[in-house]
Design a protein around this ligand. Structure first.
Ligand SMILES: [Fe+2]
Ligand SMILES: [Fe+2]
Length: 300
């Protein structure tokens, strides 16, 4: 058995606090990261999977500062970008520059193998109001994304379908996980509260799932963006959406990988004060229900 850890949406290098579904406290992230560093020494993962929204503030210096904060955890990691990382072409360049030594290839779309598991990391683009697909948002709506994602849309570009299928066709037997910032499956009805702020899912998620149904080696999709713990399943694939580190429940996923299965276990930090500071009473639902916290994903 070996382990990796899934963390998401750390929104580093920012002092901006606000409210999403709970208090969204970027200003506590340096203390959160120090506690996480300590806690990871107990879990001893082989690597971290960081599913996007790594940085919040829009500058090259912030991207480097966020990279340094991740490096400070002392564990190898695989980064990917989210809507807060890729908001113009320049920011995409900063991402590639900052994570040069962490990316297997100098690309935001990549694949790697660790022991008995393959990972494919995807990079959805933005759907503009005229339905064109672009690697950065419509400048008219980009500024509002700190507070409101209602007009934001994302989809996987056709080129990445071609790339993904070429990888899956070439390696049909090894259990494979996808990793992508945006959920492929939308949040299930059971977790939708009347006031729930839904950050959204991939617009062509159903198409992606139809393609994946041809590839039974794909077992799981790891994602973030919702700032909520959710585990959903379709066509034999489990989607693990992990909550954001600056927001209740301030948790991470430990993934135990065996020869015949993966197990997902969800943990809060050893200092519960971060989660307590963020919680708005009545909005505990971002923690997920029991089925969103622990599950077994068989490989056979
Ligand atoms: Fe986020
Ligand atoms: Fe996001």
């Amino acid at each position: 058995m070996w382990r990796f850890v899934h963390v998401s949406d750390p929104h580093l290098a920012s002092t901006r606090d606000g409210v999403w579904n709970n208090q969204f406290l970027c200003s506590m992230m340096s203390d959160v990261m120090a506690c996480l560093r300590h806690d990871l020494t107990q879990v001893d993962p082989d690597f971290l999977l960081v599913t996007g929204d790594i940085v919040s503030h829009r500058s090259r210096d912030s991207v480097i500062e966020a990279r340094d904060a991740l490096d400070g955890l002392g564990v190898p990691y695989y980064p990917m970008g989210g809507n807060h990382d890729y908001y113009n072409m320049e920011s995409r360049g900063w991402f590639l520059e900052a994570y040069d030594s962490h990316l297997p290839t100098p690309n935001t779309v990549y694949s790697f193998v660790h022991k008995n598991l393959r990972f494919c990391v995807l990079d959805p683009w933005w759907v503009w109001q005229d339905n064109s697909l672009m690697p950065f948002p419509d400048p008219e709506i980009e500024e509002q994304q700190d507070t409101d994602l209602r007009n934001m849309r994302w989809a996987l570009p056709p080129e990445q379908f071609v790339w993904l299928e070429s990888v899956l066709n070439a390696h049909p037997t090894m259990a494979t996980c996808l990793a992508v910032h945006y959920p492929v499956l939308d949040i299930p009805d059971r977790l939708r509260q009347p006031e729930y702020k839904n950050a959204g899912a991939l617009e062509n998620g159903d198409l992606l799932l139809n393609v994946l149904s041809k590839y039974p080696q794909v077992k799981a999709i790891f994602c973030g963006h919702l700032h909520t713990n959710v585990i959903t399943r379709r066509n034999g694939i489990a989607q693990i959406t992990t909550s954001a580190l600056p927001e209740y429940p301030v948790e991470y996923r430990e993934v135990r990988v065996y020869e015949d299965r993966m197990e997902i276990h969800t943990h809060g930090l050893s200092d519960p004060a971060f989660a307590a500071r963020s919680l708005i009473p009545g909005r505990e639902y971002t923690r997920g229900e029991e089925e969103d916290r622990t599950t077994v994903i068989p490989f056979a």
